[in-house]
Design a protein around this ligand. Structure first.
Ligand code: FE
Length: 181
């Protein structure tokens, strides 16, 4: 390696922490791509476009989930597709229709907002929310989000701490996705 190349590499490495630090100062996390997880058996394509999955008969236990879709370079991904699906309050998936299924597009700042209910438990799993996230024209990230401190997390075979939402108050969750963009 020539000293010129080495100097350039050192200069580039010195710049790398700057962008994530800036993003973190705005409450964003980025750098590493969000971990992928299985879609499981209950994904249904062509969900309706909507930001609220709340049903007229929705019971208590609402959840407002917000966040930003970012590239690994910490740039907001305007227009990113987010397709959410989850179990209802009783832990049941709607496999014939679209209850608790919906897609939306992130705004110009890469932000999204989902209104839904807290998903119920179902056998073998800790509560979670499924999602597919895709920057325009890029590969789809499929993953799942988890609830901090839920007693079943520890015994769940798919749970990962890095996929926990931040929940500063009950009923509000935050999660930033980092995707290929
Ligand atoms: Fe599931």
């Amino acid at each position: 390696m020539t000293s010129r190349v080495r100097r350039r590499l050192v200069a580039a490495a010195a710049l790398l922490p700057v962008i994530p630090a800036f993003a973190q100062s705005r409450g964003l996390t980025c750098g590493e791509r969000t971990a992928a997880q299985t879609a499981g058996p209950f994904f249904t394509p062509d969900s309706p476009r909507r930001m609220s999955l709340l049903e007229p008969d929705a019971k208590t236990g609402r959840l407002v989930l917000t966040g930003t879709v970012l590239s690994a370079q910490c740039r907001p991904v305007a227009g990113a597709l987010l397709d959410f699906w989850q179990a209802d309050e009783e832990g049941r998936y709607d496999n014939s229709g679209y209850r608790y299924r919906g897609h939306q597009f992130a705004d110009a700042q890469g932000r999204y907002r989902l209104e839904t209910v807290l998903p119920g438990e179902y056998p073998g799993r800790t509560p979670h929310i499924h999602v597919k996230v895709q920057a325009p024209g890029q590969r789809v990230l499929t993953t799942q989000l988890y609830f901090p401190g839920h007693p079943r997390n520890r015994r769940d075979f798919l749970y990962r701490a890095e996929l926990e939402m931040r929940m500063a108050q009950p009923g509000t969750g935050e999660f930033d996705f980092v995707v290929e963009a």
